[in-house]
Design a protein around this ligand. Structure first.
Ligand SMILES: Cc1ncc(COP(=O)(O)O)c(C=O)c1O
Length: 409
């Protein structure tokens, strides 16, 4: 039969990354495409010990349905964790555990926006946020970034302009630390300015911080939520990059009104987040494994970042420019010539290297000359080989374009 799907389905677009992951498993291909942690950073031994203990002592609860808001003990640990790491003072009932911060993004989109409502995001922004906000048919207004993050003067101008047309944005979504996809960090001044804008215009800020713990150089900058005196900031965290993404755990720290409303939505979505995963995360924090584990990941990733940056310097300088992230998982590279990275992708796959092209991170298919390169997943030799291949692909593409131009003359 011809199913008559909802109109909202028409706003969802397939993710280039999901398609690319098919190639990522082939051994000959260097994949800069996914946003995956290095599996050697997974605390396998510790997780096995925790699971053994939990099954022995708490299996009746751990294998049972759980509270929609999340395990009480985990929320109590999270309260301490965000205070210790991010200077965020909150209460257990202002925290809700979610199935990864991806679910948090969908939920926030769902509870704040009606179809067509404007929201402000960075340009480019996290591809999963594009999916989550598209799935709610929100109107993403994307604002330019520079080396200090989203250009807050433009945010303010744009909001004033939208308000003049009776279209107040429902929230401002930012990834302040080592942004996905650019790797750029929002400066302290801009964080303060964003808060000022939020207060003056009464627009909440959604602060998504999955990479905050993964800093390899430079100094930590206070979270926006820790600077917030008026409860304007909705903060999101994730266990994906500091423990394991397969356990699917994230959380929101906000007001009771927000967490209660997300709770209602979760009752419709999944009743509760995976209980066993929550027990694991609770013990991971409680036993303080996290403070031994994350420094190990930082060592590995700092080295990989440096290998990627050195390879770019060596092979890519004549064809493009790139960001130099102080943490996280991504470098954002932009080619100098008039090359469309989406169109170039199949040539890159044939040459044995993949990336995610710039337009995937936008609602308007801009950033056509850019691409996101992940440095945490490939091994060191592959990082070097991949950048070498990439620069050859770009050079071949440049040659193709200039041949075409000559043929036209
Ligand atoms: C900025 C950002 N937010 C949210 C997520 C979703 O993470 P998860 O659902 O694994 O917690 C990611 C994943 O890569 C991300 O980069």
């Amino acid at each position: 039969m011809n199913f008559k799907l909802s109109e909202i389905v028409g706003h969802m677009k397939p993710s280039e990354i999901r398609e690319l992951l098919k190639y990522a498993t082939s051994n000959d291909i260097v994949s800069f495409g996914g946003g995956m942690p290095d599996p050697s950073t997974f605390p396998k031994k510790e997780i096995r010990e925790i699971i053994d203990d939990v099954i022995e002592k708490n299996s009746d609860q751990a294998l049972q349905y759980g509270n929609t808001a999340g395990l009480d003990t985990l929320r109590a640990e999270l309260k301490k964790f965000v205070s210790r790491k991010e200077g965020i003072e909150t209460d257990d009932d202002k925290i809700i555990v979610t199935a990864g911060s991806q679910q948090a993004l969908y939920a926030i989109g769902r509870i704040f926006t009606d179809p067509g409502d404007p929201i402000i995001t960075e340009s480019p922004t996290y591809v999963g946020a594009v999916s989550a906000f598209n799935a709610n048919a929100a109107d993403m207004i994307q604002i330019r970034m520079d080396e200090n993050g989203i250009v807050t003067d433009e945010v303010e101008r744009r909001i004033t302009d939208l308000e003049g047309k009776g279209r107040k944005p429902k929230f401002i979504y930012v990834i302040p630390n080592f942004q996905n996809p650019t790797g750029v960090t929002l400066s302290l001044d801009r964080r303060k300015h964003l808060l000022e804008i939020s207060e003056n215009h009464e627009i909440p800020i959604v602060e998504d911080n999955p990479y905050g713990e993964l800093r390899y150089s430079g100094s930590k900058i206070p979270s926006i939520k820790s600077l917030d005196r008026n409860g304007n900031v909705i903060y999101m965290g994730s266990f994906s990059k500091i423990m394991s993404p397969g356990l699917r755990l994230g959380y929101i720290v906000s007001s009771e009104e927000v967490t209660n409303t997300v709770n209602l939505l979760k009752q419709a979505l999944d009743l509760s987040t995976n209980t066993l995963s929550q027990f694991i995360a609770y013990e991971y924090l409680k036993r303080n494994i996290i403070d031994r584990q994350v420094p190990k990941s930082i060592e590995i990733y700092r080295n990989k970042r440096d290998v990627m940056l050195a390879s770019l310097e060596k092979y890519f300088s004549d064809v493009g420019t790139w960001t130099k992230p102080e943490g996280g998982m991504f470098v954002w590279a932009t080619v100098k010539g008039d090359i469309n990275t989406s169109k170039m992708l199949m040539s890159a796959v044939r040459k044995g290297v993949i990336y995610v092209s710039g337009p995937a991170f936008t609602a308007d298919n801009s950033h056509t000359r850019s691409m996101r390169l992940n440095f945490t997943f490939p091994e060191n030799e592959k990082l070097i080989e991949g950048i070498k291949r990439l620069s050859e692909v770009v050079k071949a593409e440049e040659a193709k374009i200039s041949n075409q131009a000559e043929n036209k003359i």
